[in-house]
Write a protein that binds this ligand. Sequence first.
Ligand code: NAD
Length: 327
Amino acid sequence: MRVGIVGAGTMGGRYAEGIASGRFGSGLELAGIADLDVARAAATAGAHGSRGYPSLEGLLEDGRVDALYIATPDDAHRAPAVAAARAGVPFLLEKPLATTVEDAEAIAAAVAEAGVVAEVNFSNRWNPPFVAARQAIDRGEIGEFVTLFARLNNAIGSPTQRLAWAGRTTSAWFLLSHCLDLAYWLHGRPAERVYASGVRGLLEARGVPTYDSIHAIVRYAGGTDGAYESTWVLPEGMPSPVEFTFRYVASRGAVTMDTHEQSIRLHAAERTTFPGTLSWAPQRFADFVAAVRGERSPGAPIADGVENTRILVALHRSIESGAVEPV
Ligand SMILES: NC(=O)c1ccc[n+]([C@@H]2O[C@H](COP(=O)([O-])OP(=O)(O)OC[C@H]3O[C@@H](n4cnc5c(N)ncnc54)[C@H](O)[C@@H]3O)[C@@H](O)[C@H]2O)c1
């Protein structure tokens, strides 16, 4: 299967390596990488024996592409996703599906019309602690969902140094899209309304016009709820740039996931770090490939991305209005 990539940044580079090295499974070939920055596309593709293109159209004309991985910025998902669907090419699109309901629905409509296999990369559905939680819930071990708490935070270098487009997104789009999706995947309940509050100042002072932190409370069907935290200004001195904890409370038990320490702490002379032991991107990509081959149904369908975008649009409306907003 020849896999093309759109977006040669952090994620595009990682997936290019995974595909070209065989780490993401056998029988995969890197068909080429498209990026507005063609030099970047050429450098990333060239490192893996493939070609860079200035546009998706060029890649599709030239690259004999069987499937696409799309990793453009949060607000630039619609154009490549709709173009892929119209060309009849299956795709795995990075989260969030889109940053407006209109974009999300346009992608969903293009996919439905073309009948292509398409998934959102809600990759934490393959993250081992969450997989184990879902299995315990499915076995009926902890009963019915009651409430949850999710915290996904980053050190300040993420919006100030690593993402050139952080001022065009928020910690909620970038981080809470994962948490809201995990909640939906675990309890399956549609959201009814949301209240959210955001704080600004530190990032604006650094020239990144977005929220430093966003808190939200989401009310779900059946009188249940969830509390969410995403902070984008933690100090760079944190042992790990990602802090992720999640507690799911049910009628006969609870499950707590904490991926922060990655099962190992390395105590060097100057700083403690978490080198990282959990790797789930290969399994995630293998399941996308299996869906394209018709061997399983999509593990993160586009419809779930539409629900995710609806909640996040209402969440941002609530920050602006100061009121509880319907989803
Ligand atoms: N699933 C995950 O765990 C995870 C983790 C990090 C990021 N992401 C998501 O992946 C996406 C990309 O993030 P990143 O960190 O790789 O960003 P990045 O800034 O490192 O890379 C984005 C690349 O897209 C290119 N680009 C911008 N607009 C384009 C367009 N219209 N057509 C082609 N190329 C275009 C840019 O030039 C850049 O090279 C985002 O949606 C982000 O939220 C997902």
